[in-house]
Design a protein around this ligand. Sequence first.
Ligand SMILES: [Zn+2]
Length: 682
Amino acid sequence: MISCSKKETNPLLSEWDTPYGVPPFEQVEIEHFAPAFEIAMKEHKDEMEAIITNSEEPTYENTVEASYYAGELLSRVRTVFGAFNSVNISDELQELARELSPKLSAHYDEISLDPRYFERYKTVYENKENFDLNDEQLFLLESGYKGFVQSGAALPEDKKEELKKMNQELSGLTLQYSQNILAEVNRFKLVIDNQEDLAGLPQASIDAAAETAAKDSLEGKWVFTIQKPSMIPFLQYADNRELRKEIYDAYVNQGNHDDEYDNKENLAKILNLRVKRAELLGYEDHASIRTENRMAQNPENVFDLLNQLWDGILPKVKQERAALQGMIDKEGGDFKLAPHDWFYYTEKLRKEKYDLDESEVRPYFELENVRQGIFDVANKLYGITFTPIEGIPVPHPETTVYEVKEADGSHLALFFMDMHPRASKRGGAWCGGFREHYYTQDGEEVKPLVTNVTNFTRPSGDSPALLSVDEVETMFHEFGHALDGLFSETSYTTSNIAWDFVELPSQIMEHWAFEKDVLKMYAKHYKTGEVIPDELIEKLHASANFNQGFALTEVLAASLLDMRFHTMTEETPELNVMEFEKEYLNSIGLIPEIYSRYRSTYFNHIMGGYDAGYYSYTWASVLDNDAFEAFKETSLFDQETAQSFRENVLAKNGIKDAMEMYVAFRGREPKIEALLMNLGIN
Ligand SMILES: [Zn+2]
């Protein structure tokens, strides 16, 4: 708790006497942060020390629960700092962030790796039956314990040393692997000096290539790179087939040139070390460690799902291949479709079949209309309302604040929206918050403060902000995350959201965005008020499904390769990763016209974070399609289904096992059929 007997002048350290206890953003100056962090870290450490040295026997309350309440001041200071450092950035603040970052990670390491704390935690864990814990407490205790075991906290001292060495070696190797990719990306340049070779390319792409050339002192020429914004348009539009091959070959062979940037041996060493480490930690393989605390729970479940989808998608992608070959034949091209042709003929086919021009759609997606549409969808589903509210402190003046109320008018939360790009804002779109739902130690309920931040098209001149299709989708997506936060019923500020479940609440919202009945609610022409015509809706729907076989095949191949690598159970010093990749992907029937989305020598995701985790994108798609189907089976705004989704999923996310949540909502485990159907596969 904060003690403030003498008058505190640092607003970060005083009681927050603001409406709804929102952080006093407008009173905070940069110089308040450094001293506040120092005091808050010290306070957190003292609180943890008191827990660890408590002379009483470890109990759930005096050890695990007490640690959830510790560090409250620090998390408040971090919240304010984090808000400024993402939407109100300055050089001074960034400098401070660089200074603070190592201090903070050292602080948290010191606390979480303290063997004295683990000993107490373990005692509680082993005696959990004696503490009369509720489901949430038991879930957090158990998943926390697994986390300790995965990080090696339970190992004897000598094994811990061995683990530390492996981790160090791994972090060196993974860094090297990533740096090699970067070097490879920077090394390759496709230099064009003959204007004819630009045939087919859009002007924006040509201009960008001329700029790149000028930067490289190649004035008057054009330079394309294997960075996606440069390469993808080239693959899609350049008529010169030889040059398409040249750039794509460079892309798919990054880290595979048997030179100083080669990654074959690096990856082999990394995989072998992960085999060894899994064994040391008492697991079957690396993938078993990574999936244990997730919805998938084990590699078998991941393979099971990926294989089902794989079998479903192969016929579809073969149809797509045939259509592209048909296009080549029709044009009189006397050759067989190759990987570097796929993008080019796909674009031709897209234009021929759909001819959807985005500038036709934008006038129907005025930001204010879309926002109202989103609020109306939430109202129809959950009965909640959004009312603009003034006088609430915000981290940047462009933020608008809404009070969210339940159907009966009671206060649920505050919702902050900050929509447009500016120099002081980090790029992208995200959902965050200034406070989670929880109960104080005195049992008082604290309501959440949730934010959506995006970088959408600004209004310009007389025209309001008109969103692209992608932006509309993103707005619904981030709002789905927001609902997850608004409806949260967690007891503590600690929760443990399964990593392959976190995108369900967001991705399911995307489905409402483009439903015909919903579009008719909000997609109105900003000038005339005319509702979006049926014909345009049909075009939108049709083009959305185009080329989905290719997209899913690419991703599935990479996901399967990642899982296959990380279910190796024996060290294989002679491992040749490219041969392994080729044999494995051939054996499961990948067609030769498509490469895995990332290949072994430039699969940066699996260096850390997405190792045995690349599947999670696909996993989430299965969930959101299957979950949305529950509404389609009844009605788009079915009250019973919505209530069940709120109670079983949104309220419990992070405090209950993900599969149990899902089954409670859906009445069964997830099935892949809805995803396949939505991709146009029967
Ligand atoms: Zn998301």
